[in-house]
Design a protein around this ligand. Sequence first.
Ligand SMILES: [Zn+2]
Length: 318
Amino acid sequence: MGNNSKIYEIAILAKATWNLHSLNNEGTVGNVTEPRTIVLADGTKTDGISGEMLKHIHAQNLWVLEGDKNKLCESCKNLEPMRADGSKVVRGEKTPSGAVKKSLKGCMICDLHGFLVQKPTVARPSTVEFGWALGVPQVHRDIHLHARHAVGEKAKPTKEEQQNQKEERPETAQMVYHRPTRSGVYAIISIFAPWRIGLNNVNYDYEIDQDIRKQRYLLALRAYQGMFSRPDGAMTSTRLPHSDGFEGLVVISRTNFPVPVISPLKQTYQEEMEKIAQKISGLEIQKFGDLSGFVEKLDNISNSDLYTLIKPEEKKKI
Ligand SMILES: [Zn+2]
């Protein structure tokens, strides 16, 4: 089979409806937690969930999905962010290509999510990329009060209680927290480049065999299914999102053409993407209308072969 029917790159363009969540926040000052606010090109302020957070959740899902943690490097075994840079074996390498080779052979998460090694200095770009999840204006925001009661300390009686001379009062003190909650539709963009799985970006050799490349590809697809089937992020212990809609496109590039991306913020993104696919051969568009459709679309391509770069023969020395 030639490269034509294989998977080069995949784009996920989706709109997710999340109700009453607080997945990403600016920070907490005192007892007030501020929601994330971002500004769009037309000046509209809206709500967002950072690409860093989404990428981290994808990596976390990969870690969960890998049953044998011995297949990961010393850092990724414990999901530590330094990745290959925390591996003695990798840092012992003398050349950048040697360090990348060791990392790709030794760790699925380092291969898929990329890393930066300080010595020898080399960066390996991630094969998965995420944009911010952008709240399609308008996201509904609310601040909810959350009171935490501590038993054992007697709270001051209120004026009314003093007037009524009520002496019997529960012996509690309370701390009041202001917590944001949002409901809205979020535009999501992500790219996955399976042609780069196992590919050493210094010398352009594939460092792992096709079977392992396909196993890693499958895990990356599963991690996508996992992260959108069960949204994760901040404050999920009390603000687990009520997931509602999930619709969009899986765009597949089957030739060495960069998979196009149009934000689902734009109302006509689906029609426009179809027009592009009519002009450029090798682009395939799969629509989904709900989460089960999304899971199915990724399942349908989970057994596909991966595009493989053909490296030019090295020139013979004369
Ligand atoms: Zn690793």
